[in-house]
Ligand binder design. Structure first.
Ligand code: FAD
Length: 407
C-alpha cells in the first residue's frame, strides 16, 4: 500500500494534522509510545492551556522568531482555533489572564475530540512504532519510512516528532539524527521555559506558593540584561512561574536576579505604613504587623523575616527602625545568584530544531524536498508560557494540511 501521508509523531501537532486531513487521503500516523498525546495530556498541569486570547498583532511577539510565527499564525490564529474546538462541541473557558482551556479543565477532552475526528476519517494510527529511518526514493518519487517492525511507502512525510523536553513523554530529540542523515539543517535543542536553581535557596517551605506581578531585574557584570514583570512560583528547590520561565532563555549561571515582590508600593510608603502600625500596636508580634500591612503570603513574610534575621515573635516595639528598613529592602530588592537552569527533564519546551531557513512557511514544506513537511516543536520556533506553544503546534499543522489541498 502507498500512503498519501505518513505523520511521524502523535503529539499535539501530529494529531491535529491528522484530525484535519480528510478521509479521501490514505493517512498513517506512527507513534513510538503505546498511546497518542502523552505530552498533550500533561499540558497546563493536566488542564491544557490551548491558546491565549491576546490580540494576534502582539501574540506573535511571544516567539523567538516573530516573523515566522506571523506567517504561520495569521492563517490559523487563536480565534480560529477556539472556533474549531467549539465547532466540535467542546466548550472552552478564558481565564482572567487570557489563557484558554477546555471548560472541563481536562486535557483529555482536547485529545478525545481530536481522536474522534481521526477515527471518523478512518486514518490509521500505529502505536509502539518508532521511526528509525526515512529514505527518499528519487526514481519513484516516494518515501520509504522504516520502523522497528516494518517498512512503509508514502508520497509525503510529515515530521511531528516534537522537541527534547520531558524526554520521557516520547519527544527525546533523537529524531534529529535521522533528519541530519538526510541533510536537514538544524540547530541543536536547548531547554527553554525552565525553572532556575539559585545559590542558598531560602524558600523550600513555600513550595507551591505563587505571587502575582513580581518585578524581576536580571543583572550580569552589574548591567541589567532583562527587566520584566510577571507571576513568580516557588517550588521545593527552585524558582519558577511565568516571570522565570519566560526569562529563562536569557538567564546564565552567576547572573544576579533581583526581585521586587511588591512593586505597587514604594519603600517610603511601606516604611511609613509599618511605623504607623507599630506605634498603634506596640505589643503585637512583629510578624503579625508585617502580615497585616504587606500584601504578601504569610509564609513569604515569615521567610523574609528569617532572611532579615528578625525574630518573628518579637513585640513590634522591640524591633529597630533599621531592621524594619532592612526587611523592606528584602521585599523590594531581594537578590539571588543563579546556580543553574533546569535541564530538559523540567523544561516545558525546547529551543532549537529544524532551522526556519529550511522551511517554506506557506505550506510547511522542506525547501529541498517539497514532499517532506515539518510541523510543531521540531521546528526552531518556541514561545512563551501561556498557550503559545500549543497554538504554534496547531497552527503549523493546519497550515500543512491547507498546503496539501493545493497539491
Ligand atoms: C509539562 C508541560 C506542560 C506544558 N503545558 C503547555 C501548555 O499548557 N500550553 C502550551 O501551549 N504548551 C505547553 N507545553 C508545550 C507543548 O506541550 C509542546 O510545545 C507541544 O506538545 C509540541 O507539540 P508537538 O506535537 O510538536 O510535539 P510533542 O507533543 O512532543 O509530540 C511529539 C510526538 O512524537 C513522538 N515521536 C518522537 N520521535 C518519534 C519517532 N522516532 N517515531 C515515532 N514517534 C516519535 C513522541 O513520542 C511524541 O508523541 C507544555 C509542555 C510540557 C512538557
Amino acid at each position: 500500500m502507498i500512503y498519501d501521508v505518513i505523520i511521524i509523531g502523535a503529539g499535539a501537532a501530529g494529531i491535529f494534522a491528522a484530525a484535519n486531513l480528510l478521509s479521501d487521503r490514505k493517512v498513517l500516523i506512527l507513534e513510538k509510545n503505546d498511546r497518542p498525546g502523552i505530552k498533550l495530556l500533561m499540558t497546563g498541569s493536566g488542564q491544557c492551556n490551548i491558546t491565549n486570547i491576546e490580540s494576534i498583532k502582539t501574540f506573535t511577539k511571544r516567539y523567538n522568531n516573530p516573523g515566522v510565527a506571523r506567517k504561520v499564525l495569521f492563517s490559523f490564529n487563536n480565534r480560529m482555533l477556539m472556533d474549531y474546538f467549539e465547532g466540535l462541541g467542546l466548550k472552552l473557558i478564558v481565564r482572567e489572564d487570557g489563557k484558554v482551556f477546555p471548560q472541563s479543565l481536562k486535557s483529555k477532552d482536547i485529545l478525545d475530540v481530536l481522536m474522534r475526528e481521526i477515527c471518523s476519517s478512518k486514518h490509521q494510527l500505529n502505536c509502539n512504532e518508532s521511526v528509525t529511518d526515512i529514505k527518499w526514493q528519487e526514481s519513484i518519487g516516494l518515501f520509504s519510512v522504516v520502523t522497528g517492525q516494518r517498512k512503509y511507502t508514502s508520497k509525503k512525510v510529515m515530521v511531528a516528532t516534537g522537541g527534547q523536553s520531558y524526554p520521557k513523554s516520547g519527544s527525546d530529540g533523537s529524531f534529529l539524527d535521522i533528519l541530519a542523515k538526510i541533510g536537514v539543517k538544524m540547530n541543536s535543542f536547548k531547554p527553554a521555559l525552565t525553572s532556575v536553581k539559585v545559590v542558598q535557596y531560602r524558600f523550600k517551605n513555600l513550595s507551591g506558593v505563587a505571587i502575582p506581578s513580581v518585578r524581576l531585574s536580571i543583572e550580569r557584570d552589574s548591567k541589567a540584561v532583562v527587566k520584566t514583570k510577571g507571576d513568580l512560583l516557588f517550588t521545593h528547590d527552585s524558582l519558577s512561574g511565568p516571570v522565570i520561565l519566560n526569562s529563562s532563555r536569557h538567564i546564565r549561571v552567576d547572573d544576579k536576579m533581583i526581585f521586587d515582590f511588591i512593586p505597587q508600593f514604594d519603600e517610603n510608603r511601606l516604611l511609613e505604613e509599618m511605623m504607623h502600625q507599630i506605634s498603634s500596636n506596640p505589643r503585637k508580634e512583629i510578624k503579625t504587623i508585617f502580615e497585616d500591612s504587606i500584601i504578601l503570603p504569610k509564609r513569604l513574610v515569615e521567610s523574609l523575616l528569617d532572611i532579615t534575621a528578625i525574630d518573628r515573635r518579637k513585640k513590634a516595639s522591640e524591633v529597630s527602625k533599621k531592621n524594619i528598613q532592612r526587611f523592606i529592602g528584602n521585599c523590594k530588592h531581594y537578590e539571588v545568584t543563579v546556580m543553574y537552569k533546569q535541564g530538559f527533564e523540567n523544561a516545558m519546551v525546547s529551543a532549537g530544531g529544524v532551522s526556519s531557513e529550511e522551511i517554506d512557511f506557506d505550506n510547511m514544506t522542506w525547501l529541498r524536498n517539497r514532499n517532506m513537511i515539518f510541523i510543531g516543536e521540531v521546528i526552531d520556533i518556541d514561545g512563551e508560557t501561556g498557550g503559545y506553544n500549543l497554538q504554534f503546534a496547531f497552527s503549523s499543522a493546519k497550515k500543512a494540511v491547507l498546503g496539501l489541498l493545493f497539491d
